[in-house]
Design a protein. Structure first.
Length: 148
């Protein structure tokens, strides 16, 4: 800034220091910033070079935000699709487990019926043997016993 003609002065709060600083400023030629010159020409702030640079930066940020939003939307769609696939797989697995459970229940019931039938058959056999034993005369054999 000094190379471009800027100077500095110390202000200590006194009227004399303020008068000295103002005296130096009065004798300097005014320097206008480019934005001041463009605004004095009647341009809108967005039409100035600074406004265009800021607008361009804002547009860049808006574009970046839009791209990030689009990427997030795509990721959300992919996640939703994956969740739907996972849900379908879980539903299929659940149905398969239910079928296996029903099949195991049927096998258990079939085995229980077979065991009940076998028990009834055995009980009938035992009853028949008991009837045979009770109707037949008791036969005892008296075999001589030889002891030597």
């Amino acid at each position: 800034m000094v190379e471009q003609g800027a100077t500095h002065a110390r202000y200590n709060g006194t009227t004399e220091a303020a008068t000295a600083i103002i005296g130096r400023l009065i004798h300097q030629a005014p320097i206008y910033l480019a934005i001041q010159q463009e605004l004095s020409q009647g341009k809108d702030i967005t039409e100035t070079s600074a406004g265009q640079a800021a607008l361009t930066e804002t547009e860049k940020q808006a574009l970046e935000l839009q791209q990030a939003q689009e990427e997030m939307r795509r990721e959300a769609e992919q996640m939703a699709e994956q969740a739907a696939r996972d849900a379908e797989l879980l539903a299929q697995e659940y149905r398969r487990q239910q079928e296996l459970l029903a099949e195991a229940q049927r096998a258990k019931e079939d085995l229980q019926r077979a065991m009940d039938e076998e028990r009834q058959r055995l009980q009938a056999s035992i009853a028949e043997i008991q009837v045979q034993l009770s109707t037949s005369a008791p036969r005892r054999r008296h075999d001589p016993c030889v002891i030597m």
